[in-house]
Design a protein around this ligand. Structure first.
Ligand SMILES: NC(=O)c1ccc[n+]([C@@H]2O[C@H](COP(=O)([O-])OP(=O)(O)OC[C@H]3O[C@@H](n4cnc5c(N)ncnc54)[C@H](OP(=O)(O)O)[C@@H]3O)[C@@H](O)[C@H]2O)c1
Length: 268
């Protein structure tokens, strides 16, 4: 599959590295573009990738174009290249906030359009990507998108109206989790653990708990009950978390980021 990463920034790099380090890497031929010559040269040198600044060449030579620029940069670029986005192309936009209708209109309405919201752990093939199908996209296009994003993690198909919420949850979510790991690690230091050990304990505990949820498929509350012995230690820890309003704080974080994603459409 010939893939063009249009906008080789943080997320473009995460996707490319995830695909290139996968078992299926031979199936993907990747080229990428940046805006500045300097960024292209840096990427080409550092990551040994075919990275340049010619978007026309990238679009013409790719079956699948993954648009990875900032949301406010998308309109100008797509309109400039609307003649290149023919009906043979699959255009996957990972831009927060931008709807498939906007992407299709700006790119000339011929290409098949899919919207994706991945996250940075795609870099190590533990990403989470939500997909939704836009104008001209058929089942075969969705399969191609799933092939790409399943290679770098897990995928789910959702209604487009839910994509701002997805952005607030799994798109931005790694940042919330890093904060939680950092806080737990500080707690480890507070109880006397060396920082390196404290960070290992908090990150591995989070990983183990996340895998329990995914593998056992039970409600997280049932798994929490398993850890919580009557009159034991965990219930005291949980009480402190309830007092600190951890749950409602996390819910508010997702809602705030989702609202921001929604508001970006107004300024694009
Ligand atoms: N970061 C995340 O965790 C995340 C998660 C999900 C979705 N997203 C979405 O992914 C997109 C990119 O985010 P990011 O964090 O990766 O941004 P970023 O690091 O700023 O990368 C943007 C890239 O676009 C390039 N670019 C700008 N104009 C261009 C043009 N005319 N032609 C070719 N390339 C151009 C920039 O090149 P220069 O370096 O030369 O300026 C840069 O490499 C955003 O729309 C965001 O909503 C991000």
């Amino acid at each position: 599959m010939k893939i063009g990463i249009l906008g080789f920034g943080k997320m473009g790099e995460a996707l490319t590295e995830g695909l290139r380090n996968s078992r299926d890497s031979a199936q993907f031929a990747i080229q990428a573009t940046t805006q500045s010559q300097q960024s292209a040269e840096d990427a080409a040198r550092k990551l040994k990738i075919n990275c340049h600044t010619q978007n026309t060449k990238l679009i013409q030579e790719s079956e699948v174009i993954i648009l990875c620029v900032k949301p406010h940069q998308a309109e100008k670029i797509l309109k400039q290249h609307s003649g290149d986005f023919t009906s043979e192309k699959l255009l996957i936009s990972i831009c927060a906030s931008l709807t498939t209708d906007l992407i299709s209109n700006w790119s000339g309405k011929k290409a098949a359009v899919i919207r994706a919201m991945p996250n940075t752990p795609c870099l190590i093939r533990e990403g989470m990507t939500c997909l939704n199908v836009g104008p001209n996209a058929k089942e075969a296009h969705l399969k191609m998108a799933e092939k790409i994003f399943n290679t770098v993690g897990k995928t789910a198909k959702v209604e487009e109206s839910l994509m701002d919420g997805v952005t607030g949850l799994s798109g931005c979510g790694p940042a919330y989790i890093y904060l939680i790991i950092e806080a737990l690690s500080e707690a480890g230091v507070k109880v006397g653990l060396p920082r390196k050990v404290a960070t290992l304990l908090s990150a591995q505990t989070l990983l183990g708990a996340a895998k329990m949820v995914l593998k056992r498929g039970e409600h997280p509350a049932a798994l929490k009950d398993e850890v919580t012995t009557p009159a034991g230690c965990t219930i005291d820890g949980l009480m402190a978390l309830e007092e600190g309003k951890l749950r409602v704080t996390l819910i508010k974080a997702v809602l705030a980021a989702a609202k921001r994603s929604q508001s970006l459409r107004g300024s694009s």
